[in-house]
Design a binder for this molecule. Structure first.
Ligand code: ZN
Ligand code: ZN
Length: 254
């Protein structure tokens, strides 16, 4: 796959000194995709074909539900549901089910596990149009980070003073480096990432420990330092931004 550079959002994210710049870019582009789905994209035939087929995950249904334009969401959900009903009719009654008997096909009747009716229902509901689009954007940002580390001295200084990544994005950035850099550069980049990551995981771990020790009355009068929001930052470091201020979507006047 060929990736293209997208430098400006990467520099902007690194300027904020957050715990994971890729999480911050993920939330920003997630917000934009949700806005665009509900403002005009749902009326465009190309998009609609895809949302009819793929639908959305629970997170993205929920985020769209909490915005204005219930009509746009209702229209997309309606035509998606029509397609799901057609698939379901085929899954529940079509194909080899009649020949093999309903119970037999419910269990996968002699075929591989993926052929059972429950498996087919799960497969039909798999996937999300917004997740699919975001995956491409995040991979482009990860690619950009790995590339401009070697070409942009201003960025390299920011990177070397940054706080590493969450673990899902750590895996992504290392994978991207291995796929797109020369082996010498990949090795150098991986070492720089590893140093940052361990230092910053230990920093957050220490801040989290101090959070727990603050509940001891003997530490009552001692300062919180950076520990007040340590639980949410620790969870976000481990799992990707999902709780607290770092996971908040931009405000909208909905
Ligand atoms: Zn992240
Ligand atoms: Zn999704």
């Amino acid at each position: 796959m060929k990736y293209t550079l997208d430098t400006i959002p990467v520099l902007d994210a690194y300027k904020t000194q957050c715990e994971c710049p890729l999480c911050q870019m993920r939330i920003h582009c997630e917000d934009q995709y949700i806005e665009s789905m509900l403002s005009s994209a749902y009326m465009e035939p190309d998009y609609r074909l895809k949302t009819n087929e793929t639908g959305f995950c629970t997170r993205h249904f929920e985020l769209m539900f909490n915005r204005r334009n219930r009509l746009g969401l209702a229209l997309m959900t309606h035509t998606h549901m029509q397609e799901v009903i057609t698939s379901l009719e085929s899954i529940l009654s079509g194909g080899s089910a009649a020949k093999r008997g309903f119970l037999s096909s419910l269990r996968g009747g002699g075929k591989t596990e993926g052929d059972s009716i429950p498996q087919k229902i799960r497969a039909r509901m798999d996937g999300c149009f917004i997740c699919d689009q975001m995956k491409g954007s995040i991979e482009r940002y990860a690619y950009t980070i790995a590339q401009i580390y070697f070409t942009n001295t201003e960025f390299r200084a920011m990177f070397d003073n940054s706080k590493g990544f969450c673990l899902p994005h750590l895996a992504l950035i290392l994978e991207m480096a291995e796929k797109t850099l020369s082996s010498a550069q990949a090795e150098q980049f991986t070492k720089a990432v590893a140093k940052l990551q361990i230092e910053n995981m230990k920093r957050v771990e220490g801040e989290l420990e101090w959070f727990t020790l603050k509940f001891d009355y003997r530490n009552d009068s001692k300062p919180w330092g950076n520990s007040k929001d340590a639980p949410e930052r620790a969870i976000n470091k481990l799992m990707g931004a999902c709780v607290g201020a770092e996971a908040e979507m931009p405000a909208h006047n909905d």
